[in-house]
Design a protein around this ligand. Sequence first.
Ligand code: TYD
Length: 214
Amino acid sequence: MSLFVTFEGIDGTGKSTQINRVRDWLSAEGYDVLVSREPGGSELGEAIRSILLNPHWKNMSARTEFFLYSASRSQLVDEIVKPYLSKPRAIVLLDRYDDSSTAYQGGGRALGLEAVESINSFATVGLVPDVTFVLDLNYETALERRRLTGQNADRLEENNHEFFELTRAAYHKLCRRHPERMYLIDATNSEESVFAEICSILKSKLFSYAGSRK
Ligand code: TYD
């Protein structure tokens, strides 16, 4: 039995905090937990990440951006995620996965959700998460949280309000489209109650997935 869990949402929604808490909880339960992130996660992926987030590349086209994210993701899937999931009692927690491309490039950059999803599936050899949490927050609150934690804006975060609204709307659409695995979590709630909601969903998934994968 193994479980593949991804965390999504616009920048500043508190994904990293929740991922760390989930990792600590599941490790204490005796699971082998791997935490990784996108873009990056592998050595090659981290090199691609430094290009993607570098504010120098102001002229990067939307399709180039999408293919770079996809390239980083293919490497992560082949080198790290797939081999890890073949172990018993393995859980992979990913800070972003292909729904980020669908929301940011498909929605925010207007490449189209369907076009992006079809290439995602090629890039990931069809590896779909068992559970995806979309931490949902409006743009102003997310921006305020980023300011409070003193993060400098990377190339993506320099985008305007409209870009993030389009991205957020795409996440909402994806949650309606994939209700079997995608959960929209209200991230305006306290850290504690967001964690409790995530735990309760994961507990029921772990229960129903027990024995379904080797
Ligand atoms: P990162 O610093 O990891 O942000 P966060 O902590 O919010 O995940 O930067 C990743 C940025 O890349 C983030 O702005 C979202 C964006 N992104 C895409 O636009 N498309 C993608 O496919 C992925 C994986 C990320």
